[in-house]
Design a protein around this ligand. Structure first.
Ligand SMILES: [Zn+2]
Length: 527
């Protein structure tokens, strides 16, 4: 192993401890270079051996042992199938000896070179750090390949503070954010308000939970994958809750960005406290329109239902050759009938038989009909037969490789469509989908997605994969809130059976209707 002297800018190192010689050397004898690792978390700077294992390539490899230590991974090695699993942060990375594929959670990513087994060590291409790990890490990971310097910085937090303020009329929780993040608030559990902040990252150093004050009791915070949650225990006298953004005037000294305040206000009601017996199981807090960001939605009278695929575009195919297009249509027709019956609304179908309707025409049909909600029905699929569960999507930039993959799959319907003149981009499924029209309904769409996800979670009895976001073409340009439901995995033999089961479909449809009912009571007439 070669111990490299630190030769770069003295300024950078001035504050750091003298570099340590790596004591836990990689067993790889072929080591030719070393990687300087600089940590922001107080760990000492170190040198880690790298190896060049393939004569035909300059690719450098790091031992899994070092990788796990640097990124504080938990590791599991299965010599039987030569697979190594590293859990780093909230993700799971599975490597296979002599394979280029790294399975991240459930999605494979291809590296340029195979993972190798060399003199007793599992060696991973350095490319893994930049291409796979860094984009998924909450910590800032930077690899300078020319100087072979890896710096692991502190996470970029965007939720930095919460403060409670109480006066005669209301109690307010004031959150400090660095960005105007998307959020969702609900009071599904009586006595608790749950605030979900999409893409929120709680700063563990600055973020201190306040003591209860006024109408708010205990405050809890939780970081779950990419999203942050805050839970507020609230007094039973609380009747109304309002959430809105409040922008501070100017950036404080030393701050680059103007901090943004997200304010949750609870009105002090005039009514006497409600007896415990009446309280249980009831949703007591009325959610007010969330500031100017919310559009005024008329009572929902017309809903567009979009059965995915059709005609020559069969969608996914189950192990016993069940076609997604057929399942989607059957569920959609059932949803149509029940919606008309139970909610008394009109329904517009983007297709009611086995025909191929271009994605953009589906959007147009819903817009022209003046529908107030758009619900697209699909089945999920994956090459691994054990992938399972349901998920609901709304249109916003994808955050994970899995979300990107789903958009690519569902948008590939375009390949079946007749090329339209003057629309050069329609064949390209890699377009970046960011849509100002649907963006106006971002909060409503994410709310509807959350509500459907929650109702399905109560009744479907299959894995709840959560609300997701991605660039779905069939939601682009919608002038109404819109979601896409991936009902279950048609590629999973168990779930394929469920999708064919009338009772399962019934539960699915009922859950969607219940969610629409809740959406309606939340939004109708507000504003
Ligand atoms: Zn589909």
């Amino acid at each position: 192993m070669i111990v490299r002297r630190w030769i770069f800018a003295a300024a950078l190192l001035a504050a750091l401890a003298a570099p340590q010689i790596a004591m836990q050397a990689s067993p790889a004898a072929a080591a030719e270079k070393s990687l300087g690792v600089v940590y922001a978390d107080g760990r000492q700077t170190e040198d880690v051996a790298l190896a060049k294992l393939d004569r035909r390539s300059d690719e450098l490899f790091i031992s899994a042992y070092d990788l796990a230590r640097i990124f504080k991974a938990t590791k599991f090695w299965n010599p039987g199938n030569r697979k190594l699993v590293l859990r780093i942060g909230s993700h799971r990375y599975m490597f296979t000896i002599d394979s280029r594929a790294v399975v991240v959670d459930e999605t494979p990513v291809l590296l340029r070179m195979n993972v190798l087994y060399d003199e007793g060590a599992i060696m991973i291409p350095l490319e893994f750090i930049t291409r796979v790990l860094a984009p998924r890490s909450i910590e800032k990971i930077e690899l300078d390949s020319s100087r072979l310097l890896l710096s692991i910085g502190s996470p970029e937090y965007n939720v930095t503070d919460v403060e409670l303020v109480d006066d005669r009329d209301a109690t307010r929780a004031v959150l400090t954010l660095t960005d105007e993040l998307l959020y969702h608030i609900d009071s599904e559990t009586p006595g608790i308000l749950r605030l979900k902040i999409y893409g929120g990252r709680l700063d563990p150093l600055k973020f201190a939970l306040p003591d209860g004050k006024g109408l708010i009791g205990r405050v809890r915070a939780e970081q779950v994958e990419q999203d942050a949650y805050l839970f507020f225990d609230v007094k039973k006298t609380v009747q109304r809750c309002r959430v809105e953004f409040e922008r501070a005037e100017a950036p404080a000294a030393g701050e680059k960005k103007t901090p943004i305040k997200l304010v949750l206000s609870l009105d002090r009601g005039n009514l006497p406290e409600i007896p415990e017996a009446d309280f249980a199981g009831k949703k007591l807090i009325e959610m007010l329109d969330e500031g100017a960001k919310h559009k005024i939605i008329e009572p929902v009278r017309k809903i567009a239902i979009d059965p995915g695929h059709g005609g020559s575009d069969m969608g996914r195919m189950g192990p016993s050759l069940v076609k997604e297009k057929d399942i989607n249509l059957q569920i959609a027709l059932m949803l149509r009938d029940r919606l008309m019956e139970e909610l008394g609304v009109d329904v517009v179908m983007t297709r009611a038989d086995d025909t191929l309707i271009p994605l953009d025409e589906r959007v147009e049909a819903a817009n022209i009909a003046g529908a107030q909600l758009f619900i697209s029905i699909h089945c999920n699929g994956w090459f691994a037969p054990d992938a399972e569960g349901f998920e609901v999507y709304f249109l916003a930039p994808a955050r994970t490789e899995e979300e990107v993959r789903l958009a690519r799959d569902e948008n590939s319907s375009i390949a079946y469509e007749e090329p339209t003149s003057g629309d050069a981009g329609s064949g390209d499924i890699d377009f970046i989908l960011w849509d100002m029209v649907q963006n106006e309904y971002l909060n409503e769409s994410s709310d509807l997605a959350e509500m459907i996800q929650r109702e399905m979670g109560k009744s479907l009895g299959i894995k709840n994969r959560g609300v997701k976001q991605t660039g779905l073409r069939v939601l682009k340009g919608l002038k109404m809130p819109g979601v896409l439901i991936e009902t279950a995995f048609l590629s999973n033999p168990k779930e394929e059976k469920l999708l064919l089961n009338a009772e399962f479909r019934e539960r699915l449809v009922e859950a969607a209707i219940e969610a629409i009912r809740k959406f309606q009571s939340r939004y109708a007439g507000k504003g």
